[in-house]
Design a protein around this ligand. Structure first.
Ligand SMILES: [Zn+2]
Length: 457
């Protein structure tokens, strides 16, 4: 996560927030509506067939959103038996039900009937701007049907029965279909643009890939034309119409000649995380790079001419060039061993990660005030910022990685794997992973074409 510019993070977060806002909103609503808990939807998820879809179908987000709005804005599309049409009203900011009824010239008595039928905790009728109300009047002009949908998958429905209205809350059933895509990255493509061009409908699904693989792949510097990935994920449908993407089930990323595989793992319906095929957690003990850098200005070397002292000295770390002030993150959980200043290092921080692992961060512009000797730090926690204090010719982070006191090349050292699954879980997990990857291999063989931009469907 730390590898993306803040604005991308914000965009991504907003997108996710917007898509899930309705869920959050619902859980914040009064509980006495006799509406089933949303989580129950999960257990109802039907997961039938795998769809491959057209590989180059491109949906921008606005068309998805509009399609949804058009499709989901009313739960009850049936025509009135008396031929009256349902009328839709968009809730304005600050609207109340009585204001809307007044605007729509609906009788006050009908408002009273709706209120009467409302469940106790919804008597106040707080409405949310932008949502749709739908109603229908009978021939005599009195309210026959009224529905408010506080979020896409929930509707509160009122239907006239004699002199009163009867209330019903409805939840739409979401059906999740497994979907497979095989995406090749071309020159000028990012993981995101290549994925969208290959038919993945939502960016949020693609943004998960660099997040899940951030411990293995530097998505800003290590992605090259010809790299490819396969994903197996859910597309969620409501009444047969695409609604939104669901979770990534399995992922395989080919970067150069290295291949990374991850599997989503649940145990008894409880999400346990993403794991490699061997059963190690995707989240690793160390970040490969503790800063979002622009280039490596000096690599690890046992013999190098020092740019300032002009003597041959080993360079026992990597210099990551980055603008002054760029955040520097703790590479792993640990304890602050040292924080200070000297003429050579400038502002520096040494971290002790236990088991003989230590990392060092030099030439910092500033060290963060929370970073004090003996304090704990978490992986990814900001500890300071890039500068050029001490012996430095330009702003960069000098980063060292030590194992039992010996300097290792941070770029090439085989970093420890993430936490393994427990022994009683590993067998079940591997059977699950093998089954998924077997399926992906078969799907890859059948996939219409590996280069979606070459076909026009
Ligand atoms: Zn250096």
């Amino acid at each position: 996560m730390r590898k993306f510019p803040v604005k991308h993070l914000i965009t991504c977060s907003l997108l996710i927030a917007a898509l899930f806002g309705c869920f959050v909103f619902f859980t914040d609503r009064p509980v006495a509506l006799n509406v089933e808990e949303f989580s129950s939807l999960d257990s109802e998820f039907a997961r039938p067939s795998v769809t491959m879809g057209s590989p180059n179908r491109y949906w921008d987000n606005s068309s998805v959103a509009e399609g949804l709005a058009t499709h989901l804005d009313g739960f009850n599309p049936q025509e009135s038996s008396k031929g009256q049409e349902n009328i839709k009203v968009k809730v304005k900011s600050g609207d109340t039900l009585s204001a809307i009824f007044d605007r729509s010239s609906i009788d006050r008595e009908d408002l009273a009937a709706v209120r009467e039928a409302s469940p106790p905790h919804w008597k106040s009728m707080s409405l949310h701007a932008g949502r749709l109300l739908e109603y229908r009047l009978d021939e005599s002009g009195s309210l026959e049907f009224f529905e408010y949908s506080p979020e896409d998958l929930v509707a509160y429905s009122f239907t006239r029965t004699g002199d009163s209205m009867s209330f019903e809350s409805k939840i739409r059933k979401v059906v999740s279909n497994e979907t497979y895509r095989w995406v090749t990255i071309k020159r000028g493509d990012s993981v995101i643009s290549a994925g969208l061009a290959a038919g993945v409908r939502q960016e949020k699904t693609l943004w998960r890939i660099p997040k899940l693989l951030q411990w293995d792949i530097d998505f800003y510097h290590d992605i090259h034309p010809g790299d490819s990935f396969q994903i197996l994920y859910y597309e969620n449908f409501v009444d047969g119409v695409y609604y939104e993407d669901g979770e990534i089930i399995a992922l395989q990323f080919q970067s150069g000649n290295r291949s990374y595989s991850l599997v989503r793992y649940e145990d008894d319906g409880v999400f346990k995380g993403y794991f490699t095929r061997e059963g190690y957690a995707a989240r690793k003990r160390f970040l490969r790079t503790p800063v979002e850098y622009t280039r490596i200005s000096s690599g690890f070397s046992l013999r190098r001419l020092h740019p300032i002292s002009k003597t041959m000295k080993p360079h026992l770390g990597i210099d990551f060039a980055a603008p002054t002030g760029t955040p520097v993150y703790a590479a792993g959980d640990g304890i602050v061993e040292k924080v200070g200043y000297n003429n050579a290092n400038g502002n520096y921080i040494y971290l002790d990660h236990g088991d003989g692992y230590r990392t060092k961060y030099l030439h910092l512009y500033k060290t963060d005030p929370s970073v004090k000797k003996g304090e704990k730090v978490k992986q990814g926690q900001r500890i300071g910022s890039v500068g050029m204090t001490g012996l430095a010719t330009g702003p960069h982070l000098h980063y060292e990685f030590l194992v039992h006191g010996e300097h290792q090349n941070p770029a090439t050292i085989h970093l420890p794997e993430g936490e393994p699954l427990s022994e009683d879980e590993i067998e079940r997990f591997q059977a699950h992973a093998d089954e998924l990857y077997g399926r992906m291999s078969a799907l890859k063989l059948e996939y219409p074409v590996s280069d979606p931009k070459l076909v026009n469907r």
